[in-house]
Design a binder for this molecule. Structure first.
Ligand code: PEP
Ligand code: MN
Length: 351
């Protein structure tokens, strides 16, 4: 349910409504819009904050009482199952700062780097190259979800240290995957953005842990997940009070096997209609093939993506993971050049 406050409702009136919600052990989520304050009431409060209420009143809100409170304009239901992620709750795009760009603004965010951190020289060289080409953030996996247990599993904490060192040297925020709830505190010490990978999109314990860390999160769509599944997973992050969430289309599994995955380009504008969260495209995983990455990156920006995440490796032929879809630094620099032209054509920029 949405409680829409009157234009100019006083802070005391807002606090009284928030308190009334908390008194019923429900959790209020406040949004300060340009015009007015809207309070979403979804689900129960966390166990740690429960107040004693009579069993009959617990978890129930009396709409008549709320509607009659000073400063309340009207109550509205939220039709979508993803409440906090929906545009019904927040009509404006979510924006937040990441390094030198504002995610969700007209500026298209470019995240680039290797699939995996492999060595100090590899990550340093890549960071320098992507920085010089104009990337805004550095990606690299230290914990890798691999299909085979015999494949390279990542460098772990050593990889995180190297990423942080490279990020600091080149002034790039770090985006890296976290695979388990227990890893969240450690990864938060090194990373600016927690990546939740496609295979973990519905790992609800991980979503809760990443959400409650309050660190920005990049949530990738599962290869077999519907758009609604993705938004419901985002809802877990938002329900923990974490507002800095980005979504990422990274290709889905279809009957087509000419490419590693099928880029669901529809997902970009569909998501943007349904949610206020920034929507990124990962043309590296969605195609699986370096020679296709630039074309699909351009398509993503043309379709309105708020950002791209792209795999770059100094020597893709020797990469320990995803070499086939990794661009060389030269290819990445060319991609940025052509993305700038497409961005301009759709009234966006690549700062
Ligand atoms: C990755 O970014 O390297 C990765 C493993 O991506 P995904 O989770 O989309 O497969
Ligand atoms: Mn990869």
């Amino acid at each position: 349910m949405l409680i829409v406050m009157r234009h100019g409702a006083s802070p005391e009136e807002v606090s009284a409504v928030v308190e009334a919600i908390e008194q019923q052990n429900m959790r209020p989520h406040l949004y300060r819009g340009e015009e007015r304050i809207v309070i979403a009431v979804v689900g129960k409060a966390p166990a740690s904050t429960l107040v004693p209420v009579s069993p009959a009143a617990a978890g129930r809100l009396n709409p008549e009482l709320l509607r009659a409170m000073p400063g309340v304009d009207r109550l509205l239901p939220i039709a979508r199952p993803y409440k906090l992620a929906s545009r019904e709750f927040i009509p404006e795009n979510t924006r937040f700062r990441l390094g030198r760009v504002e995610v969700g603004s007209e500026n298209v965010l470019i995240i680039a780097g290797p699939c995996s951190v492999e060595s100090r020289s590899q990550i340093m060289e890549t960071a320098q190259a992507v920085c010089e080409a104009g990337a805004h953030a550095l990606r690299g996996g230290a914990y890798k979800p691999r299909t085979s247990p015999y494949s390279f599993q990542g460098m772990g904490e050593e990889g995180l240290e190297l990423l942080a060192e490279a990020g600091k040297k080149y002034g790039l925020p770090i985006v890296t995957e976290v695979m388990a709830p227990e890893q969240v505190p450690q990864v938060c010490r090194y990373a600016d953005v927690l990546q939740i990978g496609a295979r973990n999109m519905q790992n609800f314990n991980l979503l809760n842990a990443a959400g409650s860390s309050q660190q920005p999160v990049l949530l990738k769509r599962g290869p077999s997940a519907t758009i609604e599944d993705l938004l419901m997973s985002a809802e877990y992050l938002l329900a923990q009070g974490n507002r800095r969430v980005m979504l990422c289309e990274r290709g889905i599994r279809t009957f087509e096997n000419a490419t590693r995955n099928t880029t669901d380009i529809n997902a970009v504008p569909v998501l943007q209609q349904l949610t206020h969260l920034p929507v990124l495209l990962d043309p590296s995983h969605s195609t699986g093939e370096a020679s296709l990455v630039e074309a699909i990156a351009r398509a993503g920006v043309a379709a309105g993506a708020d950002g791209l995440i792209i795999e770059v490796h100094p020597d893709p032929g020797y990469a320990l993971s995803d070499g086939q879809q990794s661009l060389t630094p030269e290819q990445f620099a060319r991609l940025i050049y052509s993305i700038r032209a497409v961005a301009q054509a759709v009234h966006r920029t690549v700062a």
